[in-house]
Design a protein around this ligand. Structure first.
Ligand SMILES: Cc1cc2nc3c(=O)[nH]c(=O)nc-3n(C[C@H](O)[C@H](O)[C@H](O)COP(=O)(O)OP(=O)(O)OC[C@H]3O[C@@H](n4cnc5c(N)ncnc54)[C@H](O)[C@@H]3O)c2cc1C
Length: 323
C-alpha cells in the first residue's frame, strides 16, 4: 500500500494544519492512498447543520466498504478517526478535527427492501429515505425516522429516536468497519443501546444497518409520516443552523422545560442563541463560532443547575479542538 508522504503536494496543506494549533507533534505525516478521496483541511462547516467550526485535518470519502476497510487497516493506529453524517448533532470546535474525518458518499446510501418486512440501508442513507422506502413497501414502524434529519450511520451511533421509538426498537444488526479495518456484523445486543447512546467503538464506521418493521398500509404510513413532518415544522427550528436537541432528557424530566424554567429561552452569546421556538435547540444566527455555541450551552447548564439542581448532559457531540 502506498502512502501520501509529506513531500506530496498535499503536504503543503498538511503543514498548514500543523500551523493551526492541531497539535504539531500529533499531526499525521502520511495517510494511505484510497480509491475515494482524501482532502486536506477539508471543510466541515460547509455541510454540518451549525455551519461553523474548523476543518478536518483530512476529510476522507471512501469509494466503498473495501476501500474504507483497507484504508483504516493501513492508517497509522495513532491517528484518530471520526465518522460524520450530515452533522445534525455536532458542534465542530473552531480549531478543527485532528486526524481523519470519514464521510460516507452516495455509494453508501443505498436502501433495499428484503423479505420479512426488513429494510437494509447504507450508512450514508438519510432517515427520510429509509422511512419512505418502508412506506412504499407497506412496512410500518420506521415512520419516526422521517423526523430525524441524519444518516443511518449517525442514527445507529446515537440510537436516535422520536415519538416513543428509537433505533434499538427496529434494528436487527449493523455492519461496521472497525478502526483497524476489520469488517464486522454486530447484532442489536452487541450494540449496547441506551438512551441516545450505543457501544459503537470510537473510530468505527457504521456502513450498513438492517431494520425490521411490521406489515402496514402504505397510505396510513404515509399519513403518519406527514403528521410527523407537520408537527416538527410547528415545534422545531428546522430551517435554522442548529444541532438538534442539545441536552438529553434527564430521567423523568424534559430538558426544554428545565431550560425554560431557568429563564434561558432566547439567551444569547454573540450570534449563538437558545431557540425561542424550542429551547432545547441552540441556533447559529449567522456569525457564531463553535466556542460561542458551546459557551452558550455551558451557560444553560449552569443556570439549570442553579435553578433546579439538575445536571444536564450534552446530547450534541462536541468534537475537535478549540482554537
Ligand atoms: C432539526 C433537528 C431535529 C432533530 N430531531 C431529532 C430527534 O427527534 N431525535 C433524535 O434522536 N435526534 C434528532 N436530531 C439530532 C440528529 O439528527 C441525530 O442525532 C442524527 O442521528 C445524527 O445523524 P448524523 O448522520 O447527522 O450524525 P452526525 O451529527 O454527523 O454525528 C453524530 C454522531 O454520530 C457519529 N456518526 C455519524 N455517522 C456515523 C457512522 N456512519 N458510523 C459511526 N458513527 C457515526 C458521529 O461520529 C457523532 O458521534 C435532530 C437534529 C436536528 C438538526
Amino acid at each position: 500500500m502506498m502512502s501520501v508522504h509529506t513531500e506530496h503536494p498535499t503536504s503543503f496543506a498538511l503543514s498548514r494544519v500543523e500551523g493551526r494549533g492541531q497539535g504539531d507533534g500529533d499531526a499525521p505525516r502520511s495517510i494511505p492512498e484510497l480509491g475515494g478521496s482524501a482532502e486536506p483541511q477539508g471543510s466541515l462547516a460547509d455541510f454540518i447543520w451549525f455551519r461553523t467550526g474548523g476543518p478536518a485535518q483530512w476529510l476522507v470519502r471512501p469509494k466503498d466498504e473495501e476501500d474504507l476497510a483497507a484504508f483504516l487497516r493501513d492508517l497509522d493506529s495513532e491517528i484518530p478517526v471520526l465518522p460524520v453524517g450530515v452533522g445534525s448533532n455536532l458542534i465542530v470546535r473552531d480549531g478543527g478535527v485532528p486526524g481523519v474525518v470519514v464521510r460516507l458518499p452516495k455509494s453508501f446510501a443505498k436502501v433495499a427492501v428484503e423479505p420479512g418486512n426488513r429494510v437494509r440501508a447504507g450508512g450514508g442513507a438519510m432517515g427520510i429515505t429509509v422511512a419512505s422506502k418502508a412506506r412504499d413497501s407497506g412496512i410500518a414502524g420506521l415512520e419516526f425516522l422521517r423526523g430525524i434529519p441524519g444518516t443511518t450511520g449517525g442514527a445507529v451511533r446515537m440510537n436516535a429516536g422520536a415519538y416513543g421509538r428509537e433505533v434499538s426498537d427496529i434494528l436487527i444488526e449493523a455492519r461496521i468497519v472497525l478502526r483497524d479495518g476489520t469488517v464486522a456484523t454486530w447484532s442489536k445486543g452487541d450494540l449496547g443501546f441506551t438512551y441516545r447512546h450505543s457501544a459503537v467503538p470510537e473510530g468505527a464506521v457504521v456502513v450498513e444497518a438492517l431494520f425490521e418493521g411490521v406489515p402496514g398500509d402504505s397510505a396510513a404510513i404515509g399519513a403518519e409520516m406527514d403528521r410527523i413532518a407537520e408537527e416538527r415544522e410547528a415545534s422545531q427550528p428546522l430551517r435554522s443552523r442548529t444541532g438538534g436537541s442539545t441536552f438529553k432528557n434527564p430521567a423523568g424530566a424534559k430538558a426544554w422545560q428545565l431550560i425554560d424554567a431557568a429563564g434561558c429561552r432566547g439567551l444569547t452569546v454573540g450570534d449563538a442563541q437558545v431557540s425561542e421556538k424550542h429551547c432545547n435547540f441552540l441556533l447559529n444566527l449567522g456569525k457564531a463560532n463553535a466556542a460561542q455555541i458551546e459557551a452558550l450551552g455551558e451557560e444553560v447548564r449552569r443556570r439549570v443547575r442553579e435553578h433546579s439542581g439538575v445536571e444536564l448532559e450534552w446530547e450534541i457531540q462536541r468534537v475537535g479542538v478549540a482554537k
